[in-house]
Design a protein around this ligand. Structure first.
Ligand code: SF4
Length: 265
């Protein structure tokens, strides 16, 4: 493997799918038979997934046995978390208070709901990223330095600098309830001093993306329909910016949710 653009593309395509990432994670421990892999990830399109991983030189399939290649082993090592380092970081983190709900503004997308701005004190800083596995649906974004959490329709963004925003909140009581949940979950992990174990990436499928698109099939993005656009987004063959109708104020919350979901891809 030379690491040229064509090879890099093969690897990134191979790893752009949750099933293939799961297969790779299984193989880190030890080689597996095709039957074992099939039991774990399901038989659907298994040959296709294995073919893409083999084309990227990440795995070798021989006589029904699957193993990582040397390149695949190096690749997975480069992606592994460093447990000793991360545990130390969380052990030094102080318990938080969520001091106040500083602003309660109507949501642009739905005026019956609110957008909340609150504050975490002290700011969590860089260990924030270690808290991602605490929440069933959460992703740390390096780009904005924030942990983005989805809780039903509510989208919570906790910034390393201490600000917290929440959208689609029904009332101040609900805001307090959600903030209480955040505080107790985060403080529970800090009190134990143990960094949550990183977990498999959250699986996103095109139907979840589709529900937040305008669903007008206007074709501005160059696709035949919103549904095709959603499929291409999951395959990383297009970008969310191509759907310019989403810039309309009435889709503000949809765009925010889509950007959060895209972090999981
Ligand atoms: S531009 Fe947006 S609304 Fe129009 S078809 Fe594409 S995804 Fe759908």
């Amino acid at each position: 493997m030379t690491g040229g653009p064509a090879e890099v593309k093969l690897v990134s395509n191979a790893m752009a799918n949750a099933t293939r990432r799961k297969i790779m994670a299984m193989l880190v421990e030890s080689g597996q038979t095709q039957e074992e892999v099939s039991k774990s990830v399901g038989p659907s399109m298994l040959d296709y997934h294995l073919q893409l991983l083999a084309q990227a030189n990440l795995i070798e399939v021989k006589d029904g046995n699957i193993v990582l290649t040397d390149f695949g082993k190096n690749f997975m090592e480069s992606k592994a978390e460093k447990p000793t380092e991360t545990r130390k970081s969380l052990a030094e983190t102080k318990p938080i208070e969520i001091t106040e709900v500083r602003q309660l503004l109507p949501c642009i997308a739905d005026v019956t709901k609110f957008r909340i701005i609150a504050r975490v004190s002290p700011p969590i800083g860089s260990p924030l990223k270690l808290l991602e596995p605490l929440f069933p649906r959460a992703r740390y974004s390096e780009k904005i330095g924030a942990l983005i959490i989805q809780k039903g329709n509510i989208l919570i963004t906790i910034y390393a600098t201490g600000n917290v925003t929440m959208t689609m909140i029904k009332s101040e009581e609900e805001a307090k309830e959600v903030l209480g949940y955040l505080k107790s979950t985060i403080n529970g992990a800090i009190a134990s001093g143990i960094t949550p174990v990183p977990r498999e990436k959250v699986k996103v499928d095109h139907s979840e993306i589709y529900q937040y698109l305008p669903q007008t099939d206007c074709r501005v993005c160059g696709e035949q329909s919103c549904y095709s656009f959603a499929i291409r987004l999951v395959g990383r063959e297009t970008s969310i910016d191509k759907c310019t109708p989403l810039l309309d104020a009435k889709y503000t919350a949809n765009l925010e949710h889509l950007r959060a979901i895209m972090e999981y891809l």
